[in-house]
Design a binder for this molecule. Structure first.
Ligand code: 4FV
Length: 253
């Protein structure tokens, strides 16, 4: 499954240029029986097959050398996020264990896994795709993998906000014109517009991110002026309080 997704674009180039070294290992190489068995029935029955502890444990112990950070991809893991990817990118050797079947024997977790990561609250048929998503997200933090303009610092989630709307040529497309400010050359105005549109989009689509990030009084003021209904919604969520500012429910107190 790894043939293809990691051979193209930014990741493919990063591997060719040696910025990224991705090694794919077959768990069956750590089996001892002639059927190269990696799975077995779960104790207690009626819950499908599990990855056996021995092949996975011996594989991890052999491959982790002294510095590897062992990550198990599973739905029980910490949600993969910008900050989780950033922290994983600081490690120089990640050993990613991909579950299959109903998962892995608990003792592998207890004895050998440093961190469990989930790419989302749904169940995949295997951890491989999750590992590829993690590799892609982490690779972007490796200096030199992505161009200046795409710097991770300017990522939407870097500032805890969703990215603002973006436009390119043609100036007018099917009757919709790109916002004039973006063609004004006034970088101060452009930065202000982008920040406010990120605030608006985050408030409308991911108020949970705004609650985590908080709002400055100026930001809260702008949002209550331009998205009053959504701000009311946020206040209902927080009982009239927005972290980072005290935004009183208008005229109720
Ligand atoms: C998963 C996730 C995930 C669970 C059983 C593989 C599957 C099967 N991994 N984020 N969500 N894994 O669903 O990382 O073994």
């Amino acid at each position: 499954m790894f043939q293809g997704p990691l051979d193209h674009g930014v990741i493919g180039r990063a591997r060719e240029s040696g910025l990224l070294d991705v090694r794919i290992r077959d768990l069956r190489d750590w089996t001892r029986d002639r059927h190269r068995t990696v799975d077995d029935e779960a104790f207690g029955g009626a819950s499908g097959m599990l990855l056996k502890p021995e092949p996975l444990a011996t594989a991890i112990e052999e491959l982790r050398e002294d510095s590897a950070w062992v990550v198990l991809l599973s739905p029980q893991g910490r949600p993969l996020s910008h900050s989780v990817a950033a922290s994983l990118a600081k490690r120089n050797h990640l050993l990613l264990a991909c579950g299959r079947y109903e998962g892995v024997d608990e003792r592998v977790r207890t004895l050998l896994v440093d961190q469990e990561v989930s790419i989302g609250d749904y169940v995949l048929t295997g951890g491989e795709l999750a590992a590829m998503v993690l590799i892609d997200a982490v690779a972007r933090f490796v200096p030199g993998t992505i161009g200046k303009g795409e710097a991770v610092e300017s990522d939407s989630h870097a500032a805890g906000l969703l990215e603002h709307p973006q436009f390119t040529r043609p100036r007018t497309f099917r009757g919709i014109e790109a916002p004039k400010v973006l063609l004004s050359g006034d970088h101060g105005e452009i930065a202000r517009w982008r920040h406010r549109e990120s605030l608006r989009r985050t408030l409308l689509r991911r108020p949970d991110l705004l609650l985590k990030r908080g709002l400055s009084a100026e930001e809260a003021g702008w949002l209550s002026l331009h998205e009053p209904a959504a701000i009311e919604g946020l206040l209902r969520l927080t009982g009239g309080h927005v972290p980072g500012t005290q935004l009183e429910k208008r005229g109720e107190s």
